[in-house]
Design a protein. Structure first.
Length: 300
């Protein structure tokens, strides 16, 4: 079973195949290779149904037939993003960038204290973190959820070790309690923490929220850290605009103020976050790499 596992959707074979294609195939062949890689996901029923269910809510009135083809567009973007990550990490060839919300980005760069970048599973999280670390020259910690397949997890962790820099540290959310303390200390030293805040993984604390009219859960960690360390939260998203072209979208920062009513504090922060997240997902649904339903069909 372990030998067959590497060929499943989450298996390491497909990551290694895509890496080989990026490093060895001519550039004009790459679109064909990526299309083939994307079609593999057609066999992944749970992921296909998860994306289509999310699209049904994000795009009211959309049909199942239309969302089937939209599903392919999501995975086409996903395969391109992974290829761009490989190209950058292995060959140090970066994409072209443009910015939206540059005034907030400048504020984030210039402030002396720590801050939290709250982002989503969109565009290229890795490329965005490397870009920020290179531009700002400030220490940054990027927190990632681990891959579900153990071989794929080892492959990704080894890749991160080979490409890590002094300005950027990568940590994985597998050690929740110890990691939270490390991140708090990093914020107190004035470092930047980048965390994905659009879905939860097993073993982490959650907060209830409303997303596109449905009740769902979000990770509590970023908001608890911001409140404890007294640092602002900057919504930041990476959107793929075309072949090796990305847009970095920075939203207005918000604070998680300490009050006597902790639940109300988190509710206000969650409202700020979901407003930004809904706005970007509505515009760029084909970039949101959420392959599981974010809410039950019956949730309201």
């Amino acid at each position: 079973m372990s030998a067959f596992r590497r060929f499943l959707v989450h298996g390491v074979f497909w990551r290694r195949f895509l890496r080989w294609a990026v490093l060895n195939m001519p550039l004009w062949v790459e679109p064909t290779a990526l299309s083939t890689w994307s079609v593999i996901f057609l066999l992944w029923g749970p992921g296909r149904r998860g994306v289509m269910q999310n699209l049904k809510t994000i795009l009211p009135g959309s049909t199942a037939v239309a969302n089937f083809f939209r599903w392919y567009r999501v995975f086409w973007n996903y395969s391109n993003v992974i290829a761009d990550n490989v190209r950058f990490k292995e060959l140090r060839v970066g994409p072209d960038w443009e910015f939206t919300g540059s005034e907030y980005f400048e504020d984030l760069q210039s402030r002396e204290g720590g801050a939290i970048i709250l982002t989503a599973h969109m565009g290229s999280y890795d490329l965005g973190a490397h870009l920020f670390a290179e531009i700002s020259r400030r220490p940054m910690v990027m927190v990632r959820a681990p891959e579900t397949d153990p071989d794929t997890r080892r492959y990704e962790e080894e890749l991160h070790v080979r490409t890590v820099t002094d300005a950027l540290k990568v940590d994985f959310s597998t050690r929740a309690s110890a990691l939270a303390l490390d991140l708090l200390h990093a914020l107190q030293r004035g470092e930047i923490i980048a965390i994905q805040g659009d879905r939860v993984t097993p073993g982490i604390s959650t907060l209830p929220g409303t997303f596109f009219g449905k009740r769902t859960l979000f990770p509590v960690g970023p908001f608890a850290l911001a409140m404890t360390a007294r640092v602002p939260v900057y919504p930041l998203f990476i959107v793929r605009m075309g072949r090796r072209r990305y847009r970095l979208v920075v939203g207005k920062p918000f604070e998680v103020q300490r009050t006597r009513d902790r639940a109300e504090t988190f509710e206000r922060a969650m409202t700020e976050w979901t407003r930004e997240l809904e706005s970007i997902v509505r515009k760029s649904w084909f970039q949101w790499f959420a392959f599981q339903p974010y809410a039950d069909e019956g949730a309201a």
